[in-house]
Design a protein around this ligand. Structure first.
Ligand code: NDP
Length: 317
């Protein structure tokens, strides 16, 4: 079976490509610059890559760039989307690639009859940011949607980009011959296959780098291998449908530091919070759908250990 993975050099997508090759798939993988060894060496050296991995050059903003890649594929995993801090022009850097890029990929899919299903890597960003309180009694589930106005007012540009992209994707696929399933993960951590640092693993690295303080933030966390596998299960299971929230634990940074301290008692870790405001409360997330799909969630402490060990091995600290 042949499938396509967009943004194949990324943190999540690299694991997705690895697991797809292990399962015997032929993978047509897009990257922005196939000649950049930092983006492709870790992919071309995967088991099965020589025989079944094909790299294509494609930019999200180039109309029709995905036509030739998705043609002949039974499934398309659309993971490519910018995720980094410090953007200067939210529209050009984040919203256009996410929103126009998703419609561009779906437009290419609509031109071929080979594709049965698109699995879109969306995010908790498209689910949980609507101004509704998130407190310990509240259960976030797949019926929640982030609110674009709330995102704009709060200048949450990445969150806005994922919300607009997923919403537009559902509208686009409504009357099409292929269907779509979305995977909506929280902060994804775990071992890195790629040699470069991605944004969500950087959230753990900042605690390992000798910093004095930890951020005053509460996030959901999930392991990259579980997220990659969920994409494949969502493609393989004909009855998979709608959105799949992927959150193993909701935890404040203070708890991440506590776990790191238990794992590495002699390491210098941040002692105090970056501010003296109350900690943002924890909340519940309903992950029954993902469990029913067959995902067995890796415990947070194991994911943190895998992240720390991988970052160490790659000399990030
Ligand atoms: P990475 O930054 O590791 O990967 C992002 C990928 O998107 C890269 O391969 C990048 O390509 C590609 N990309 C960005 N802009 C463009 C463009 N204009 N044209 C083509 N490709 C582009 O991030 P992650 O693996 O973390 O994220 C992958 C997906 O998962 C994204 O959709 C993200 O929103 C989503 N997600 C991530 C979470 C996380 O915590 N990591 C949580 C929830 C969702 P290049 O290599 O060329 O730069």
């Amino acid at each position: 079976k042949t499938v396509c993975v967009t943004g194949a050099s990324g943190f999540i997508a690299s694991w997705l490509v690895k697991l797809l090759l292990e399962r015997g798939y032929t993978v047509k993988a897009t990257v922005r610059d196939p000649s950049d060894a930092k983006k492709t060496d870790h992919l071309t050296s995967l088991d099965g890559a020589k025989e079944r991995l094909h790299l294509f050059k494609a930019n999200l903003l180039e109309e029709g760039a995905f036509d030739a890649v998705v043609d002949g594929c039974e499934g398309v995993f659309h993971t490519a989307s910018p995720f980094y801090h410090g953007i200067k022009d939210p529209q050009a850097e984040m919203i256009d690639p996410a929103l126009k890029g998703t419609l561009n990929v779906l437009g290419s899919v609509a031109k071929t009859s080979s594709v049965r299903r698109v699995v879109l890597t969306s995010s908790v960003a498209a689910v949980a940011f609507n101004g509704k309180p998130r407190t310990p009694e509240v259960v976030v589930d797949e019926t929640w949607w982030s609110n674009p106005d709330f995102c704009r007012e709060s200048q949450l540009w990445y969150v806005l980009s994922k919300t607009l992209a997923e919403d537009a994707a559902w509208k686009f696929v409504k009357d099409k011959t292929f269907d779509m399933v979305t995977i909506n993960p929280a902060m994804v951590i775990g071992s890195l296959l790629q040699p470069t640092l991605n944004t969500s693993c950087a959230a753990i690295l900042q605690l390992l780098n000798g910093a004095e303080t930890y951020p005053n933030a509460t996030f959901g966390w999930v392991n990259v291998k579980d997220v990659a596998l969920a994409h494949i299960l969502a493609f393989e299971n004909p009855s998979a449908n709608g959105r799949y929230l992927m959150v193993e634990s909701v935890a404040h940074y203070s708890e991440i530091v506590k776990i790191l301290r238990e794992l590495y008692p002699t390491m210098k870790l941040p002692e105090k919070c970056a501010d003296d405001k109350p900690f943002p409360p924890k909340y519940q997330v309903n992950i029954e759908k993902a469990k029913q799909l067959g995902v067995v969630f890796t415990p947070l402490s194991e994911s943190i250990k895998e992240t720390a060990e991988s970052l160490k091995e790659k000399n990030f600290y």
